[in-house]
Design a protein around this ligand. Sequence first.
Ligand SMILES: [Zn+2]
Length: 476
Amino acid sequence: MRKAIAILSILLFVLALHATSYALSGNIVVDGKVVNYNVPDVSITVDGNPFNTYGNPPLILDGNTIVPLRSIAQGLGASVNWDGTTQTITITKEKVFKFFIGKNYATVDGNQVQLPAPARLINYDTSYVPMRFLFESLGYDVKWIGDKYLIQVTSKTPDPQTSNNVNITSFSSTYANGVYTVTLKADGPLVYQKGILTDSSGVRVYFDFDNAINAVTNKQISINQGGLNMAYIGQNQLQPAITRFVVSMSSSLLYTITQSQDKKEFDISFNIGSPSQASNNGPLIYIDPGHGGSDPGAIGIGGIHEADIALAIGLKLKTLLDNGGFRTMMSRTTDTYVGLYDRPDQANSAGADAFVSIHCDAFDSPSANGTTVLYYPNGYNGDTRDDKTFAQIIHDNLMQEINTTDRGLSERPNLVVLNQTKMVAVLVETGFVTSPTDAQLLTDDNFQWKVAQGIYNGIVQYFNELKSGAIKSTIS
Ligand SMILES: [Zn+2]
């Protein structure tokens, strides 16, 4: 008996720990008949992002997982039509699929195919069909993760074994000394044909990369300076695979193409000059992109490296500061290793006026996300800097530019870059590389510019207030 109670309490503990939810338990109506339903909630992710079907969650009936047809088909870009008199649902995406309530077959372009379970009408008005058939019809791969009650849906990608395609894995831009450069990187040599299109909207120079799969998540970069409008990339066709890369501009501009020796990197550069060549005699800002070289920092979703993101944001911040009349110094401008103590030491010996370290967060669970600004506690160990005011201003300006979860400020007495620096210092955890939503943003060139702009705006406000006497750099 005692043993039974012990086992029961362990069981209850395990159940509580897993926190399985049963939001839908109770009676549901299946094809007009009331059925008692008591199965854990099933969730869906599409390419790593939660896909919410709101009031109509996936169901497991008679061992088959079925999903609401309309919300999924529409969400994944198909058109949906319901004919109430014949109880037929038609969805169109490349092919025409017809489902019939109560029938365990469907038609694809008029040809009958067997379903593992019939199409159902749930709670009188929502049609449900077997999940695998639906997602595969819409051009996706499906995995059922049984222990999580998760339907994991991913875009179909061409099988790399059966093709000798190269994957374009990186699409980014830099702007320094009046030269704007867009860079593509691939896992094999990039071979291209180029062309030019001119119409009333301007000029587009394009490059068609042969046997190339576009594997980047950020598909466009807004430029909007020096006559350059935007750069974008897309899969023009799959067989043979051609990826088209386009730079649009108001009128024809000269450019230079550079390729690395192995042809895996492709750069196009435009000499557009500096829009606001201010004389740089302002405060000296030390920009510290975290990690680098042999230290990649946190590794996140899709293998992204914290060090790469920190550097990309740091270089953008440098561009903004250089153009805004600040003097700048960076702990690194390439993917190289810099010692932890070297960073504050360099800033101290250069007499920098502010220190900005750029990092990304990481956590075991993909649900952790958001932005945090870290600083050394005011007055701690006799420190006289007012780091809190600096951190608050950076934080407030940054959160006006981006829409990540605001995790606020955090006091961190033990971080070397914060406790060894002699000037005001912050460490910005821009987002979580382990969060699907944050990771997508962090690798996006436009988002990186927004982060840089937010930090830049904060630095401008801080030094303006310092100059006007509204604040001081030390505690009184
Ligand atoms: Zn870090």
